[in-house]
Every structure is written in C-alpha cells, then in structure tokens.
Ligand binder design. Sequence first.
Ligand SMILES: *Cc1c(COP(=O)(O)O)cnc(C)c1O
Length: 391
Amino acid sequence: MSYVSYLECSRTQTEYPAGELYNLSPDHEAPLLVRYRLDAIRKVVHPEDFSRRSQSMWRYLEVLPVSSGNEIVTLGEGYTPLLKIAKLGSSYDLENLFIKDEGVNPTGSFKDRGLSAAVTMSMVLGADKLCIPTAGNAGGSLAAYAARAGLDAFVFMPQDTPSSNQMEAQLFGAQVSKVDGLISDAARLMGERQEKNGWFDVSTLKEPYRIEGKKTMGYELAEQLGWSVPDVILYPTGGGTGLIGMCKAFEEMEQLGWIGSKRPRMVAVQASGCAPIVKAFAKGSRDSEFWQGANTFAAGIRVPKALGDFLILRDLRKSNGTAVAVSDDQIWKALKEVASEEGFFMCPEGAACWAALKILREKGWVREKEKIILFNTASGYKYLDHLPRGC
Ligand SMILES: *Cc1c(COP(=O)(O)O)cnc(C)c1O
C-alpha cells in the first residue's frame, strides 16, 4: 500500500481518487497534485532511517506514489552530489556557495527524476504508449525509461534541439518527430495525433507524477544539509516542475516534522530571450503571458508559456524570492568562468543561475554568509554542438 491519499486540483482543491490514470483535473483543466497521509508516514519513518537506504531518489519511498519497490522503473536517478564552490564563491564574498549537480543523472539531466516517477506510474496504471513534447532533455529521458519499462515512446521536439537529445531519443527506440518551431509547436502537433493513437501524455504538469520525482531534489537538499534548508535556491525555470516540486517537498517535510518552518528564498532564473515568468513576477501578475519569439541557447528553459505558471509565481512570492533574466552572453561568460575556475562544466541553464547570482550579489539581495544553491540541471557535455564557438 502506498501512502497516497488522493489527487488534488491545484486550482479548486477538488479531490480525485489515486489509482486511476489522470492528466489535468477534470473540473478545471489544472495540474493535479499528489497528497499523502503524512501523519501515518510520520509515525513509521524518521530522518535517521535514510542513511541505510538505496542511493537513488527512491530512498524517499514513503513520500513517493508507488506501493512497492518492485514496481519502480529506475536507472539509478537522483541522490546527486552537492558540491561546495569555494574559490569562485570567495572571490564574490559568498562563503557558502554550492552546486547541486544534476548532470550525473542517468541520461545527464534532472528530467530523469520526473520521468522515472511518471513512467513507473504509467506502467502501474496501465498506459503503454507514452508521448511528450520536449525542449530536449525530457524526450531523451522519457525514451530511456520507456525502453527500460518496455513501453512505446513518441517524442516531439524542435528541429534545432541539441543533437545529443535527438540522438539519445532515437537510440533508446523512441519515435522522434521534429518540428519547425518551439516546444509549444511540438505540443500542438502531438495533440493532433495523440487521441487517435491512444497515447498517454506525460508533459510537464499534465500528469501528476513528474513533479513527485522532481520534488525529491528538495528532500535530498534537506538531507544533505543535515535536515535543514538553504537560504537561497536558484533554479533555471522552464515549466517550473522542480521549483514547484521542491516547495511541495519543504511543506511535506515540515508536516512530517523533519524540518522547521524556515524556507529558502526561491529564485526563478530565465534567459532574457524567453522570460515570461520574470515579466509576470515584475508586473505582480498571477499568471504569465505567452512569450513571442522565444530565443536562447539554453534549450531547457526555452519555454514560452508554462502550464503551472500560477504555481511558480505563487511559490516565488510566498518564499520572498524573486525572478531574474540573464542574456545569452552573460550565460556563456558564466559557463566559461565556472569551467575555468572550478573545473566544472555546467549546462547553459545551470550557468544562467551563476550569472543571475552575480546580479543579485551586486544588488545586495544575497549576503555573504547565506547558504546558496545553484542548480546545474544537466551535464554541459550534452551541449557540445550547441554552445557558441570560440573562447
Ligand atoms: C527542463 C530543463 C529545465 C527546466 O526545468 P523545469 O522544471 O521544467 O522548469 C532546466 N534545465 C534543463 C537542463 C532542463 O532540461
């Protein structure tokens, strides 16, 4: 038996039974969030239990949607290192700067967390043909987990997606369709074919379980920091699943008695060529507007409109956080700086976080002793043919 109690509509709080296959909430077409019997979990699991468990995100089994460990479709995702960035940190008077390195996941990005959970639950609930529109990494990741599970995968991606993403999805046996346009155009084309083919849509936040996989980043951070939370988290934001997921994890952990009421200030980082969340945050809006002509080499955050924009904006404001846009030029400079100073090859999306932190440091928004986490959401090595030329 899993500890899931029900699925909740994120707009209306209407409850739906777990154990059935859902996309968006039937009443409001909004993302569904998984709710657990936290009181029951609190009695049977304690923070000190984790040191004996598997070194993957599935170590937090009770707060994940499966009934038994045997159902899990895994390639060893999660439980990624938290690296101290001492030298570069001290040159900007930041004493406690860390990178959470998601580049070591099985397909080289943190999409593996979400898709391990989503493919597992698709399998459990009886979907056998899975489809996804992707800015790149999610398609490769779905293809890998679907291969592992013996399910069919249908991936729709922009034709200028990094070639590593196109190649990996094909290698893993997915049927890949390339689209002249953005992830939003890929989603439209997929939508035209989906119903007649009986595919189940595992887009970000369009099914309830990818966020459950991504929330384990919040559990891991707390565990790695001795069951406490950092002061600031910078997160390269596309669909926002990880940001919303981590905030959900912090709330769950407080109810479980594993952490206190302190919360990190969450920072959504976007590219100035595609910054719908930054714009909406600055205007004080509840939702974002579709960003016309989205353009950045940080492919994973080239998302003109996020389905969960209202959840991202709510979490930024609730945490006293902010949203920052950085140019491709600033991203590329930041990437080279971290590589040459620390021997660490960030992906462009991760490097955007370092570029944003420098802006926030200049403004005095972060202080010297604060514990700050930069999310490196993928390995820089996935972008070899996608980076600007010359150094
Ligand atoms: C998908 C992706 C992001 C954005 O993640 P969301 O949770 O959808 O906001 C950031 N970086 C990389 C490398 C990605 O693949």
